[in-house]
Design a protein around this ligand. Sequence first.
Ligand SMILES: NC(=O)c1ccc[n+]([C@@H]2O[C@H](COP(=O)([O-])OP(=O)(O)OC[C@H]3O[C@@H](n4cnc5c(N)ncnc54)[C@H](OP(=O)(O)O)[C@@H]3O)[C@@H](O)[C@H]2O)c1
Length: 357
Amino acid sequence: MGVRHGGGDDLIRAALSGLVGGEHRHQVLAALLPFGVAVALGVQAVAHGQTADGCQGHFHGVGELGVLGVCGGQPPDDRRDLVIDLFLDEHQRCAMTRLNHRGTTALITGASSGLGAALARQLADRGANLVLVARRRDRLDETAEELRRAGVDVMVYDRDLARPRAGAALTEQLAADGIQVDTLVNSAGVGTHGDFATAEPDAVAAEVQLNVVSLVDLTRALLPQMLHSGRGALVNVASTSGYQPTPSMAVYGASKAFVLSFTEALAYENRHSGLRVLVVSPGPMHTEFFDVLGTTRPGVGRWQTPEQVAAHTLRALDQRSVPPSTISGTLNALPVFAARFSPRRVVSAVTAKAIGA
Ligand SMILES: NC(=O)c1ccc[n+]([C@@H]2O[C@H](COP(=O)([O-])OP(=O)(O)OC[C@H]3O[C@@H](n4cnc5c(N)ncnc54)[C@H](OP(=O)(O)O)[C@@H]3O)[C@@H](O)[C@H]2O)c1
């Protein structure tokens, strides 16, 4: 039976739910795969599904490589990525233990917009109490009000984390207010754009202070209590820009390379603790980031919404064995993978061309 286009996400989700649902046919044939190298990396799964309106679908896919077939027909181009993402999501779900956020306290920097705000909402949905941090008090208050109505406790701290010692001052205030943090999400971040030789020195200093120094300070100050709690997670937000040199955003790319390396090292150091440590790298996201940057030119890759990236992050944290780092979106991960096997000079040149440097 083929996928009938027009069934929408509902149809695809219904078909994919067979991968884990048990009510439909579900086969994991890792040993029997005819797909060569995929054997080592993935599973084959076949699923049937039916939507509420009776539309039926049949899905046939191979795991981590994102190799995909839909029996009886291909999805149209604009559906293909969605199908792949949904398949990988469903496949991942098989290997998960949900992290229970209920009753824990999560501090989120950059919670006034974009990814930080999306993570705040999704963590609140899962019962976490929140400490929201950013500069814009009105935006924080609005989000806090909305989330309190959902039944969680929310505290708000308007702070400029690009100021020296801002991280230390915030954690001293948290201690004075008796707030114990189980989960820290460092999402606040900014970029600067243009040739470094003509960059505005104060803007560059603020970028490094926010993206690197405050992130390190907050992590250092809160890590002991998070390790003691063992009920939460450390989540640092990097970027696919952190995986290669980024001409025209040299400081930004380097700051995200720092976040990647730093967090992966912490993941290893704390591998035997209960704390889950993860660095998430989004590709381009529809947020205010590019308004602040003043251009969308460096937005290379598969655009996602902050809600998609937040959901990807929480799913990664739910895995039985949390990966130290994760890239949101299959199409954002593939170029990063390819760059690993290319000479650095070539990688710089390709990146510069792609982002129009
Ligand atoms: N958007 C993308 O394409 C993309 C791609 C890869 C990675 N990222 C990363 O994702 C993270 C979230 O960015 P986003 O896309 O969600 O952008 P966004 O919507 O602009 O959010 C940035 C957040 O950081 C806060 N922030 C900025 N400067 C601050 C400061 N000096 N002190 C305290 N908070 C500050 C902002 O709040 P206030 O202005 O209220 O302070 C805002 O809440 C960043 O680390 C960014 O580097 C973004």
